[in-house]
Design a protein around this ligand. Structure first.
Ligand code: FE
Length: 201
């Protein structure tokens, strides 16, 4: 049985944290990383239906959205071979890999030509955390680095990310298209039933 109490504890702690640090992105990254690290290194809480791959495309399941939409938490689930388009976020984000391995390709946008420049690439293994934002670098493409099983990552964003107007970039010209991602699910986990599975930590 999933230890949904762990996620409830996270939601309560992170809500207090965001109320305290507000929009101070440097503080969010520096001190907020520990909350995400705790979640992804204790893989006992994510209900199975929010870890299910879809053979058609990668999944973005909403797990929680702050009532004031100051932050949201999603699980990304990639089947082997699946990848995102090149995209931006327009808000801060923290990405933590809970299962498997992800491959990240970063891009810069040349302000003169509007073309995309190749940036760093790296693998993010289980337990690894990445940061994105317009301030530190916001354009990337992410894929499942494993050819034989799904990868699952947990992301926290500084908004209701599925409702944010952001962009997909075509390569290499960098033509951008506005998109609003929405979510793959219509129901979210019930974190408020304290009668079972509540053995936190
Ligand atoms: Fe992304």
């Amino acid at each position: 049985m999933e230890n949904i109490g762990r996620f409830r504890d996270f939601v309560q702690s992170f809500t207090q944290f965001i109320a305290h640090v507000g929009h101070n992105e440097e503080r969010v990254f520096a001190d907020g990383k520990a909350f995400l690290s705790e979640l992804i290194t204790h893989d006992d809480w994510l209900p199975e239906q929010f870890a299910n791959p879809n053979p058609e495309r990668y999944q973005q399941y909403l797990l929680y959205c702050d009532p004031m939409e100051r932050f949201s938490v999603v699980s990304f689930v990639w089947a082997p071979g699946q990848k995102t388009p090149v995209h931006d976020h327009t808000v801060w984000g923290m990405v933590g890999v809970m299962r498997g391995v992800e491959f990240c390709e970063e891009f810069g946008l040349d302000p003169e030509t509007g073309r995309l420049n190749d940036g760093n690439t790296h693998k993010l293994t289980t337990g690894g955390i990445d940061f994105v934002s317009p301030r530190i670098g916001d354009i990337h493409r992410v894929s499942n680095a494993l050819g034989d099983r799904p990868s699952v990552s947990i992301h926290i964003y500084g908004a209701n990310i599925g409702a944010v107007r952001r962009h997909i970039y075509e390569q290499p010209e960098g033509h951008k298209k506005t998109f609003i991602s929405g979510y793959s699910n219509t129901v979210i986990p019930n974190i408020w039933d304290r009668s079972s599975g509540s053995v936190a930590n």
